[in-house]
Design a protein around this ligand. Structure first.
Ligand SMILES: *Cc1c(COP(=O)(O)O)cnc(C)c1O
Length: 395
């Protein structure tokens, strides 16, 4: 982790940094000074890994598909983040951050959420640790994701509807930052992806890195070598992709393919293909690629998957693509849906619609029979059943 690591100012090349209001400066500085010490502390590591094992259910299996592999003519492994408690990779991060918040003496937790997955993962760890939890969520998303709202409330969180802008993730994030500015001393903000001001992108990447750490060990057992030929992951903000790739970044023979949501098509004006369409700008405290209009207004992204429609991208991925370390492909709504039904039929696994975008890459690359391909199955499809049911009805 040398060449692609964040620098001491929080930059990956030209991307990243910490562009924050004055009032948060002290807070972010303290976090910056503390996070590596806390994360590296053996007592923290023990508590974190014990909870990952006994509460989350890790290590998640690395499953060699049979029928999917046959169909694409290579060895396809799925890293089963869908089997984690709460149904996705997000809990790896929230467990780590709440342990950190406690060690920093914070008592009040805030979070933003789009589809509600990060909100549920945050509300879950707050219940576990008996901490106050406030989740900001756009009114539009509250209507679309009612079950997750009910889960958060049952877990004891207060869900605050956000009615500014398009009332989605970007607006919920603005509101969470506003809350943080008003309560900098007692409040800890658990960010849900490798986005936001430094040190969040690096911290979240390190907490999700357990995915690639386990994968190396599992591959060694199953294939006799620690590195695959390809790793593939979908990118919203980029946390499951950062975790899936973290321990492979310096192995440059491991090809990294990221799947962005192309929505109705990359040129349709309705997509979330931030890396390909975005231009440099600042969003939520970080300099990165952003979907924006000519005059710098943030453009509302679109994807069938609520977890992928963030208008920015984690600075690490902007950098990895810019330097040629990662390749980015775009996968449309229709292609992702097709992949979701294919995985269900061939392997008996209903994936999250986000994860189905990573599976959509299989149709777009040519593999050799001996290629070992690892796909991060970031989450399960329970939350997407209404979408899948509607599509089945219209077939
Ligand atoms: C939130 C989510 C994503 C997108 O977030 P990243 O930070 O890009 O990983 C992907 N898959 C699932 C299942 C999610 O819940």
């Amino acid at each position: 982790m040398k060449k692609f690591n964040v620098d001491s100012n929080g930059f990956y090349g030209e991307f990243g940094g910490a562009y924050i209001p004055e009032i948060l400066y002290d807070n972010v500085e303290k976090l910056k000074d503390a996070y590596l010490k806390i994360l590296d502390d053996p007592a923290f590591q023990k508590e974190y890994h014990d909870l990952l094992r006994d509460y989350v259910g890790r290590p998640s299996p690395l499953y060699l598909t049979r029928r999917l592999s046959e169909k694409y003519g290579c060895k396809i492994y799925l890293k089963r983040e869908d089997l984690n408690h709460t149904g996705a990779h997000k809990i790896n991060n929230t467990i780590g951050q709440i342990l950190l918040a406690r060690r920093m003496g914070k008592t009040r937790i805030i979070a933003e959420t789009g589809a509600g997955q990060h909100g549920v993962a945050t509300a879950t760890v707050c219940a576990l640790m008996d901490m106050e939890c406030i989740v900001y969520m756009g009114e539009t998303d509250i209507k679309r994701q009612h079950l997750n709202v009910q889960k958060m409330e049952m877990l004891g969180a207060k869900v605050v509807p956000v009615t500014s802008g398009n009332m989605t993730l970007k607006d919920a994030t603005n509101e969470a930052i506003r809350d943080w500015c008003c309560n900098p001393s007692d409040t800890y903000y658990i960010i849900g992806s490798v986005v936001g001001p430094h040190p969040y992108p690096d911290m979240v990447a390190r907490l999700q890195a357990v995915i690639s750490e386990e994968t190396r060990k599992q591959l060694k057992e199953k294939e006799g070598r620690e590195t695959p030929d390809y790793v593939i992951a979908c990118v919203g903000g980029g946390s499951n992709a950062a975790g899936m790739t973290y321990h492979f970044l310096d192995d440059e023979d491991v090809k990294i393919v990221l799947a962005e949501a192309a929505g109705k098509g990359i040129d349709s004006g309705e997509s979330a293909a931030t890396i390909q369409l975005g231009r440099l700008g600042i969003i939520h405290g970080s300099k990165t690629l952003i979907m924006q209009t000519e005059d710098g207004q943030i453009e509302e992204p679109y994807s069938i998957s609520a977890g992928l429609d963030y208008p920015g991208i984690g600075p690490i991925h902007a950098y990895l693509v810019k330097t040629g370390r990662s390749e980015v492909l775009s996968v449309t709504d229709d292609e992702a849906i097709k992949s979701a039904f294919e995985l269900t039929k061939l392997e008996g696994i209903i994936p999250a619609i986000e994860s189905a975008h990573a599976l959509g890459v299989l149709d777009k690359k040519k593999f050799n029979p001996e290629d070992v391909v690892v796909i991060c199955l970031s989450g399960r499809g329970d939350k997407d059943m209404e979408t899948y049911i509607d599509i089945r009805k219209s077939l």
